[in-house]
Design a protein around this ligand. Structure first.
Ligand SMILES: Nc1ncnc2c1ncn2[C@@H]1O[C@H](COP(=O)(O)OP(=O)(O)O)[C@@H](O)[C@H]1O
Ligand SMILES: [Mg+2]
Length: 506
C-alpha cells in the first residue's frame, strides 16, 4: 500500500511543503529511500527503524520504498524521519487515519521522542498559508508554533503518543497557551548609561545612532570606555514592533538559536562576534546555508570590537549587506537570501599602541605603522559609516564622581518617540527607520529649510564630500530633527550631522 505524508523543509528563511511517499510491497526485507543524498540515507533509515520499534509498533519485514519530493530541496538532517516513520505505519496498515490535511513536523530520536526542531515558525507559517488544517509539532516547540494564529497545533511528545492519537485511543493533546510569563531566553545583557561617567558627547551620538539605526564607529585610547559604551546601546533602543519581532524570531528559529519553550523574541539582538570569525560565519553561508552574524543582528546591533583586527577581507564582505540590508548566498542548489538590516557599531584604537592623538600619553608607533593600521579599514567601508566619534580618556575627577548620569530609560523614551515619528512618516513604505532610506527616500522624506541647504552646499564644496556622504548627512540630520520633534530639517541639525562625518584619523 502507498502512504502519503505531508511535511516541511526550510529554504533560506521560508518553509516549503515536502511530500513523503512510502510504499510497502512483498519481497525481501529492504528499505530504500530515494531523493536523499547518500550519506543522509543510512542515518534516516536507522532512526526511522529504531523509532518505530521503540514505540511499540512493528517495523515491517518487507520491501519498503520512501520517496521525498520535490527533488530540489535540501535533503539532509533528521527532519524527514517523522514523516517516513508515519508513512511506514500507514502503509503497513498499523494506523488507518485520514492525514491528507495534516502536516507532520519534528525530528525523531531513536527512542521515538520528538525533539526540538529548528525552523518551526516558518514551517507552520507555510503550512497555514497552504491551507493545511492540523499541524503536528514536537511538544517542546508548541509555543513557537502557536505564534501563527488560526491553525490547530497538536503538540506531541513521542511517536508512541502520536500513534495512540492517530488510532483514536487518546484525544488530541491540546496546546494550552501559558499565562504571559515573559521568557527572556535569548536575553542580551546590557549596561545602564547612568553608570557611564562623562562621555556626554559619545552618549549623545549613541542616542542619535539608536534613534535612526545609524552605523557608528568609536575611536579612542584603550580603557576610555568604548566597549562599555557599545554595550550600553541596547538599553536605549526602542522595543521592536510585532512585525520586527516575528522577522527576528524566524531567523533565530531557522538558525537553531531559539531555545525550546520560547515564543516571540522581544529584545533587539546584540551580537559581538570575535575578529577571528570566518566570512561565512559573519555574512552567512556554509555547506548547508545558515544565517550569519549580520542576519542574527537583524533589527538590532552588530558590534565589531577592535574593528581593524577584522581585516580587510571580512570588512569588504560587509560592504554589500551594509548597503542592501539583505545578503544573498549562491549555492549549487540555488540562491537564498537572509535579511540583514543591522546597525553596525565599531570600536577601535587610533593606532597599534592606542595613544595616537592622546593629549597626555605619547604614541610610540612609527608613521608607517599608523598608516598601515588605518589602511586596514578601506575608504569604501568608511564611506558606509554614518557616524564617527572620538572617545577620549576620562579624567579622574569625572570617574570618581558618584553622581549617576541620565538613566537609559529616560533616553530610551526620547529614542522611542523619534522612532515613532519615523514609522509614521514611512507608513505605506517598507522603511522602518531613517538609516534605511535610499537616495529616493532621502529626496522624498528629507525636507530642508533654506539655511540648511546653503550650509550643506558649503560643506559639500569645502569638505569635498561624496554623493554617498551627502545622503548620509541628510539621513542623519533627519534623525536629529526627529529627536527634536521637528518636521523640517534646520541648519543646526545639518551642522551637528556634519560633525559626525566619518573621516580617516589623520
Ligand atoms: N566613562 C566611564 N565610566 C565608568 N567606567 C568606565 C568609563 N570608561 C571606562 N570605564 C571602565 O574602564 C574599563 C575599561 O573600559 P572599556 O570600555 O573596556 O574600554 P575600551 O573598550 O575603550 O578599551 C571598564 O571596566 C569600564 O568599566
Ligand atoms: Mg574595548
Amino acid at each position: 500500500m502507498l502512504a502519503k505524508v505531508i511535511s516541511c523543509a526550510i529554504i533560506g528563511l521560508d518553509g516549503v511543503i515536502v511530500e513523503v511517499e512510502v510504499d510497502i510491497a512483498p519481497g525481501l526485507p529492504r528499505f530504500y529511500i530515494v531523493g536523499l543524498p547518500d550519506e543522509a540515507v543510512s542515518e534516516a533509515r536507522e532512526r526511522a527503524r529504531a523509532a518505530v520499534r521503540n514505540s511499540g509498533a512493528i517495523f515491517p519485514m518487507r520491501r519498503i520504498a520512501a520517496n521525498l519530493a520535490p527533488a530540489d530541496v535540501k535533503k539532509a538532517g533528521p527532519a524527514y524521519d517523522l514523516p517516513i516513520a508515519v508513512g511506514i505505519l500507514i502503509a503497513s496498515r498499523q494506523i488507518t487515519a485520514d492525514i491528507a490535511r495534516t502536516v507532520f513536523l519534528g525530528e525523531l530520536s531513536m527512542d521515538g521522542t520528538l525533539r526540538h526542531t529548528n525552523g518551526i515558525l516558518p514551517m507552520v507559517a507555510v503550512a497555514y498559508q497552504k491551507g493545511y488544517s492540523t499541524i503536528i509539532v514536537p511538544a517542546v516547540d508548541a509555543r513557537e508554533a502557536a505564534l501563527v494564529e488560526g491553525t490547530t497545533i497538536i503538540p506531541i511528545a513521542s511517536l508512541a503518543q502520536l500513534i495512540s492519537y492517530l488510532k483514536g485511543e487518546i484525544p488530541a493533546p491540546e496546546y494550552v497557551k501559558e499565562t504571559a510569563e515573559e521568557d527572556e531566553a535569548v536575553a542580551f545583557t546590557t549596561i545602564d548609561m547612568s553608570f557611564i561617567k562623562g562621555q556626554e558627547h559619545a552618549k549623545r551620538a549613541l542616542e542619535i545612532a539608536g534613534a535612526g539605526a545609524h552605523n557608528i564607529v568609536m575611536s579612542g585610547p584603550p580603557g576610555s570606555g568604548k566597549t562599555l559604551l557599545a554595550r550600553s546601546l541596547p538599553s536605549i533602543l526602542p522595543a521592536m514592533t510585532n512585525e520586527e519581532a516575528l522577522e527576528v524570531t524566524k531567523i533565530y528559529s531557522v538558525s537553531g538559536l531559539l531555545p525550546s519553550g520560547t515564543s516571540l523574541l522581544k529584545q533587539r539582538p546584540f551580537r559581538s562576534p570575535h575578529y577571528t570569525i570566518s566570512s561565512a560565519g559573519l555574512v552567512g553561508g556554509g555547506h548547508l546555508p545558515r544565517p550569519g552574524e549580520i542576519s542574527l543582528s537583524h533589527r538590532g546591533v552588530l558590534f565589531l570590537d577592535e574593528l581593524p583586527e577584522f581585516g580587510q577581507g571580512l570588512l569588504e564582505v560587509l560592504r554589500q549587506p551594509l548597503e542592501d540590508k539583505v545578503v544573498t548566498i549562491s549555492r549549487a542548489q540555488g540562491t537564498v537570501s537572509y535579511p540583514a538590516s543591522f546597525q553596525l557599531v565599531g570600536a577601535m584604537n587610533p593606532c597599534p599602541c592606542g595613544y595616537f592623538g592622546d593629549p597626555v600619553r605619547q604614541c610610540t608607533c612609527s608613521p608607517g605603522l599608523i598608516s598601515s593600521y588605518q589602511k586596514r579599514i578601506s575608504g569604501p567601508f568608511i564611506d558606509r559609516i554614518d557616524m564617527f566619534i572620538e572617545v577620549p580618556h576620562v579624567d579622574y575627577e569625572k570617574l570618581s564622581d558618584d553622581r549617576l548620569g541620565e538613566s537609559s530609560e529616560k533616553i530610551r523614551e526620547r529614542v522611542e518617540t523619534a522612532r515613532k515619528r519615523q514609522l509614521e512618516r514611512f507608513k505605506g513604505t517598507r522603511l522602518v527607520c531613517n538609516a534605511e532610506m535610499t537616495p529616493t527616500g532621502v529626496r522624498d522624506f528629507c525636507r530642508t529649510e533654506e539655511a540648511a541647504q546653503s550650509l550643506l552646499k558649503a560643506a559639500m564644496n569645502q569638505l569635498y564630500l561624496s554623493a554617498r556622504a551627502f545622503h548620509r548627512i541628510l539621513k542623519l540630520s533627519r534623525t536629529i530633527a526627529d529627536l527634536e520633534g521637528a518636521d523640517i530639517i534646520k541648519a543646526h541639525h545639518i551642522a551637528e550631522a556634519i560633525q559626525y562625518r566619518p573621516r580617516r584619523i589623520e
